[in-house]
Design a protein around this ligand. Structure first.
Ligand SMILES: Cc1cc2nc3c(=O)[nH]c(=O)nc-3n(C[C@H](O)[C@H](O)[C@H](O)COP(=O)(O)OP(=O)(O)OC[C@H]3O[C@@H](n4cnc5c(N)ncnc54)[C@H](O)[C@@H]3O)c2cc1C
Length: 348
């Protein structure tokens, strides 16, 4: 038996799979459609600033993530010390009353998490390769999965495959796949049914420092067009001294309604809303803006566990935040680890 395993997606879950399979007999190849790793926990760099435009930080609720972060190296690891405050639909800001846990990023951004995890593995990462479909093949000598890219070119043959894109994208891969088995339809339908929230992140930069007592504001009644507003300058190393960079995550309703707005127009609208919320007219006039639409930002449910495991005997596995039903980097990562561990157990 050979041990070729493909992971589709180099986000937290895909990195977790590779991490669990380090130092095993498995030969792991990760296919990632974008040019970088980290998925929704990723970082951009512009004009001397680093900013986490998807997940803001790692806020583990368990000891094992803390231990993992130490193993990955604490150089450049930063804890965001300033608190998170709240506001309601009227824009009434209140001091947060929750006990603050650690909120971790890295000086050069949260994407470091995926990079450091992958450095501990000997997985091959094929960036810029979007997997369009799978094909189950059994030619008598070998049975397994062939993977095809968007041009329908075969990119390899694998004994096992782990799919980690957000549920609707994973369902799309299954729908296009060739696998004559009733589980293909059952899996596609169950996975496609996982609902996701859409979030448009808008970044606003200022050539001066905003003097505020909090790192971030979160809308607690979910009835304000801004869902979350945070200050990248509270993460050491992210923003040059004397500057400010706001990451404003818009509500799902606003994000869907304004999905097609250009960066410049979205920047103007969001800057105006942020200026009102912070009661600071200077905020309406950023010197540069950036934006990212996360169509599948956060899962609102999880897929049925028995269904999602039903094809493991054929070497087909699934991992990700939608498998655990929690839109958190550490939850996706540990789900990937658990799947990787099941792969090794099945192999023994
Ligand atoms: C705006 C926002 C804010 C958030 N804030 C936080 C936070 O503060 N803290 C926190 O813990 N979590 C936060 N989250 C949630 C967290 O980012 C996710 O739950 C977690 O990163 C999901 O990891 P994943 O590996 O399951 O999926 P992803 O990170 O989406 O990884 C899937 C990967 O698959 C790739 N891919 C997709 N289709 C294909 C294909 N066909 N072929 C090849 N590759 C493909 C994608 O490019 C991606 O890299 C936030 C998310 C968003 C969007």
């Amino acid at each position: 038996m050979t041990n070729a395993l493909a992971v589709v997606g180099a986000g937290a879950a895909g990195c977790g799979v590779a991490y669990a399979l380090r130092d095993t007999a498995f030969d792991v190849t990760i296919f990632e459609k974008s040019r970088g790793v980290g998925g929704r926990a990723t970082t951009r760099r512009r004009n001397g600033c680093y900013y986490d435009h998807g997940a803001n930080y790692l806020k583990p609720t368990d000891d094992r993530t803390g231990t993992l972060l130490s193993t990955l190296g604490t150089d450049g690891l930063v804890d965001i010390e300033a608190p998170v405050w709240t506001y309601d639909k009227r824009g009434q800001i209140r001091r947060g009353d929750r006990e603050e846990a650690h909120k971790w990023s890295y000086q050069t951004g949260l994407t470091q998490f995926a990079k450091r995890v992958l450095r501990q593995t000997d997985a091959t990462v094929e960036k810029g390769v979007e997997i369009a479909r799978l094909e189950w093949t059994d030619d008598g000598d070998w049975a397994g999965w062939r993977l095809f890219d968007g041009a329908d070119t075969a990119v390899g043959r694998f004994d096992r495959v782990v799919l980690t894109p957000p549920a609707p994208q994973t369902a799309g891969i299954l729908r296009r796949s060739q696998w004559i088995d009733s589980r293909r339809r059952e899996l596609t339908e169950a996975i496609d049914a996982v609902p996701y929230r859409t979030i448009r992140s808008v970044m606003l930069h200022y050539p001066f420092k905003l003097d505020l007592p909090y790192y971030a504001l979160v809308n607690v009644d979910r009835d304000h067009p801004i869902g979350w507003l945070s200050r990248e300058e509270c993460k050491p190393g992210h923003v040059p001294d004397g500057e400010s960079l706001l990451v404003v995550q818009m509500s799902p309703e606003w994000s869907e309604e304004h999905a097609d707005l250009s960066t410049a127009r979205a920047g103007r609208r969001v800057a105006q809303l942020a200026s009102t919320l912070l009661d600071d007219s200077r905020v309406a006039d950023p010197d540069w803006v950036d934006t990212q639409g996360w169509r599948y930002a956060l899962p609102d449910a999880r897929v049925d566990d028995a269904t999602v495991r039903s094809a493991e005997d054929e070497g087909l596995y699934f991992a990700g935040d939608w498998v655990v039903g929690e839109g958190r980097v550490h939850a996706a990562f540990w789900n990937g680890v658990a799947v990787g561990e099941r792969v090794t157990v099945a192999h023994e």
